[in-house]
Design a protein around this ligand. Structure first.
Ligand SMILES: Cc1ncc(COP(=O)(O)O)c(C=O)c1O
Length: 458
């Protein structure tokens, strides 16, 4: 750990594989995906992390002992942390709060300092992530603001590495490239390279619904931005480095369609991509199926899906967001996050120990569990305060049975009770137990109620 020379792993950035999509209907076209997830930091942004740091060192904007500051959805931060920490720099990153926990944990594990800021405010707001980063860069002595949104080294990295790799890997035979826009570095770099070698190549935008890029690229007007859950692509303004001159088509893809396509890609092709991969794949498939002539099309797996295991690949989170199709009853059963009839209830038995109950709560990240006999019949509910009361005098009581500490005088609500009755139950600090003559259906917590209300936001 004392050698400050460039670590050998940096040689593995770029030269990522190109794989043909073989299990989807691509119409008359052949679709390839470039697996940027195979970069050592797990995303396409390793390329620009390396390029921006090398360039800043050469220009004298980054000197030994300096600090690298950036506003990032996580991946650029990982690229900068990979290269920057290896070279002995302090790395300070400002990350919007919608980004996945895995990315934030990964950044911290690499030794980066992470400032979380609001993702629900736009450019110009003092808590907007890019404005926070600019402020920090001005305050910290010897700071280099990587500023991927305005840094020419960003598109240049794609012009000099991503684009020529695609050109070589397709044997100089490619008709269209489907990209998302975050900072627009990828789009601009590819556009510049292909204008020289293949001016007819069509750039196709894959944009989350809510982002302004697609509509702007079609008509030049700037719509009011919305919000989207896909990470890394979509913008609420037009990045200064964006070159839209080769964009011939633009598709707006909903979060639901994006996440569904990411999941399908894993199941059908065994490729584990991030949420934006779903957006790109959905747009690429639409483009391919609309063609009347065979075309060779390239898109990207921009980052690895391992950093979205708690989101895109987690049924519970998908359910909470209203992004999974499930049976709709038109009653309180629709508010239950873990429905008995779907086999998703996490429970304990009355003879299990309090330790088992506590560990099960931690594993599932819940604060209470229904107590079911033989996994069927409801006899009680146990929550964290019941366990605390049971063990606070003697930790050996963790080995006592759940039945000794659970609440067994249960107030239940039938699925056809009203929302007002549910709110009254939750208002008394209780979890609502939904049960009728047909049996136990599940619990509704305040979090479930909040998720329900949020899902109905227009
Ligand atoms: C996760 C992710 N980050 C970044 C990008 C591209 O970003 P940029 O426009 O900053 O080059 C993409 C493009 O699809 C992406 O999926």
């Amino acid at each position: 750990m004392t050698d400050n020379s460039r670590p050998a792993v940096l040689e593995l950035i770029g030269n990522t594989p190109l794989v043909r999509v073989s299990r989807f209907d691509t119409g008359p076209c052949t679709l390839f995906l470039k697996l940027e997830s195979q970069n050592p930091g797990g995303s396409i942004k390793d390329r620009i992390g390396l390029a921006m740091i090398d360039t800043a060192e050469r220009d004298g904007r980054l000197r030994p002992g300096g600090t690298i500051v950036e506003a990032t959805a996580g991946n650029t931060g990982l690229g900068l942390a990979l290269v920057g920490r290896a070279k002995g720099y302090r790395v300070v990153l400002v990350v919007p709060d919608k980004m996945s926990t895995e990315k934030v944990l990964h950044l911290k594990a690499m030794g980066a300092e992470v400032h979380i800021t609001r993702s629900d405010v736009g450019k110009g707001h003092p808590e907007y992530y890019q404005d926070v980063a600019a402020r920090l860069a001005a305050e910290i002595p010897d700071a280099f603001f990587a500023d991927q949104f305005n840094n020419p080294a960003n598109p240049l990295a794609h012009e000099c590495s991503t684009a020529p790799e695609i050109w070589a890997q397709t044997q100089h035979d490619v008709d269209a490239i489907v990209v998302g826009v975050g900072s627009a570095g990828t789009l601009t770099g590819l556009t510049r390279f292909f204008k020289r070698v293949q001016p007819d190549l069509e750039m196709v935008l894959a944009d989350p619904v809510g982002s302004v890029m697609a509509e702007y690229s079609r008509g030049g007007t700037l719509p009011t931005p919305g919000s989207w859950a896909v990470e890394g692509i979509g913008e609420d303004f037009i990045p200064s480095i964006a070159d839209l001159s080769s964009v011939r088509h633009a598709y707006s893809i909903s979060d639901e369609e994006s996440f569904d396509h990411a999941r399908q890609l894993l199941r059908a092709e065994g490729i584990l991509g991030g949420s934006s991969t779903g957006t790109l794949l959905a747009a690429a498939l639409r483009y391919c199926r609309e063609q009347t002539q065979p075309k060779r099309v390239v898109s990207f797996v921009c980052d690895t899906g391992t950093r979205y295991l708690s989101k895109v690949y987690n049924d519970q989170w998908m359910n909470d967001q209203g992004l999974l199709q499930r049976k709709h009853y038109g009653d309180l059963r629709d508010l239950i996050a873990r429905r008995f009839e779907d086999g998703r209830v996490i429970s304990v038995g009355p003879d299990d120990t309090l330790l088992t109950a506590f560990q099960r709560m931690r594993l599932a990240d819940v604060s209470q569990l229904p107590v079911l006999v033989k996994g069927q019949q409801l006899v009680g509910v146990i929550d964290e305060s019941d366990i605390l009361l049971g063990v606070h005098e003697d930790v050996a009581h963790f080995r006592r049975a759940v039945s000794s500490a659970m609440t067994d005088k249960l107030q239940t609500l039938s699925p056809d009770a009203t929302l007002a009755e549910l709110e009254a139950e939750l208002g008394r600090g209780l979890v609502a137990i939904i049960q009728d003559a047909s049996g136990f259906h599940g619990l509704i917590t305040r979090t479930d109620m909040l998720n329900h209300l949020r899902r109905s936001l227009p």
